[in-house]
Write a protein that binds this ligand. Structure first.
Ligand code: KIV
Ligand code: ZN
Length: 388
């Protein structure tokens, strides 16, 4: 039974769904490098691309498949034999290959190929069977699952399981779900669909309403044992579930979410920076876990607290995500404790009166400047020193 384990697989799709974000295209070498970092950090499955999409995607997926040491390497394929065959050609040399095939099952998506429910059901049966004849590890996704009629969703999932799918992914393609629904949906599917307890359910959330992380964690509570996510939450529109957020949430709140992943969290910052530079998508300053300000404190009360006990304002240690340390940038909200700490840091021991004097001039400067740098502090000290 899949829910008997508390180990949650991390399926990274930075190189597929992440790269589908308009403007995020990466070069071949960048993709290989990111795949290597993902493999080393311990993700379970790397969705390396969409092999039929272009010659370049095919080459990237097949090279990643040949190089990867630990993770399963997965390619995406629509529900047709040509896509699936091309996908298999790309992933087949991996130590652990996976084919991921999908079709849009909601009424809106069924209308596009103009298939009836029965015709689509037959297509799912045939294409999953075909994929399974090629590869032992087959993932199937009913795209827009969260807007698919309940009875039809159960029906097509059962067909995919019987045809040999080993993972059923439940995409919230347009980020429409709310956390309680996300948990209930997976729980009810596991209870209802025959054969559901033989396979793994995955959750694949988009962030249109800013709920992708919450929805993914709720799905795990409902019984999902694979989270699909991307580094920095890169992805179409408002992005996908951010890998760093779900992995750190499961680590930090293990007390109420007793699930584990295989990710070495100390590698998070490095890969976050690499994905930001390769995709050209800068990380917002206040982004959870990897934003520039995620471990920075400017206000006097916070800095004073941090200097006395880091747990006052930090629930994770910077080292846990691969950061050297907390930063206490000096600005107009900073207090004397942080100024003294900075002075000591850059080699000045000052008495209380001198500190007060520098502090007054520091505040004047901080009112004019967003951030006060070490050089500014040195200048303030020197300007106050008696002329020799
Ligand atoms: O969001 C989505 O539905 C997808 C599928 C291809 C799994 O990315
Ligand atoms: Zn997606």
């Amino acid at each position: 039974m899949t829910t008997a384990t508390n180990r949650v697989k991390i399926f990274d799709t930075t190189l597929r769904d992440g790269e589908q974000s308009p403007g995020a295209t990466m070069t071949h070498d960048e993709k290989l490098e990111i795949a290597e970092l993902l493999d080393l950090m311990g993700v379970d499955i790397i969705e390396a691309g969409f092999p039929i999409a272009s010659e370049g995607d095919f080459r990237a997926v097949s090279e990643i498949a040949q190089r990867s040491k630990n993770a399963s390497i997965c390619g995406l394929a629509r529900a047709n034999y040509k896509d699936i065959d091309r996908c298999w050609e790309a992933v087949k040399h991996a130590a652990k290959p996976r084919i991921h095939t999908f079709i849009g099952t909601s009424p809106l998506h069924r209308a596009i190929p103009n298939l009836s429910q029965d015709e689509m059901a037959e297509r799912i049966h045939d294409t999953v069977t075909h994929a399974r004849n090629l590869c032992e590890d087959v993932q199937w996704s009913p795209m827009d699952a969260t807007r698919t009629e309940w009875d039809y969703l159960c029906r097509v999932i059962e067909i995919a399981i019987k045809a040999g799918a080993t993972t059923i992914n439940i995409p919230d393609t347009v980020g429409y779900t709310a956390p309680r629904e996300s948990a209930d949906l997976i729980r009810r599917l596991i209870e209802t669909v025959p054969g559901a307890d033989e396979i793994i359910f995955a959750t694949h959330c988009h962030n249109d309403l800013g709920m992708a992380t919450a929805n993914s964690l709720a799905a795990v509570e409902g019984g999902a044992r694979q989270i699909e996510c991307t580094i920095n939450g890169l992805g179409e529109r408002a992005g996908n579930t951010a890998l760093e957020e779900v992995v750190m949430a499961l680590k930090v709140r293990h007390d109420i979410m007793p699930f584990t992943t295989g990710v070495d969290t100390t590698k998070i910052m490095n890969i976050s920076r690499r994905v930001a530079s390769a995709s050209g998508f800068n990380v917002q300053y206040n982004k959870a876990i990897v934003g520039k300000n995620a471990f920075a404190h400017e206000s006097g009360i916070h800095q004073d607290g941090m200097l006395k006990n880091a747990e006052t304002f930090e629930i994770m240690r910077p080292a846990d995500v691969g950061l050297a340390g907390t930063s206490l940038p000096l600005g107009k909200h900073s207090g004397r404790a942080a100024l003294r700490a900075k002075l000591n840091d850059i080699g000045y021991e000052v008495g209380d009166n001198e500190l007060m004097d520098i502090f007054v001039r520091f505040k004047e400067l901080a009112d004019r400047k967003k951030e006060v740098y070490d050089e500014d502090i040195v200048a303030l000290v020197q300007a106050g020193a008696p002329a020799s």
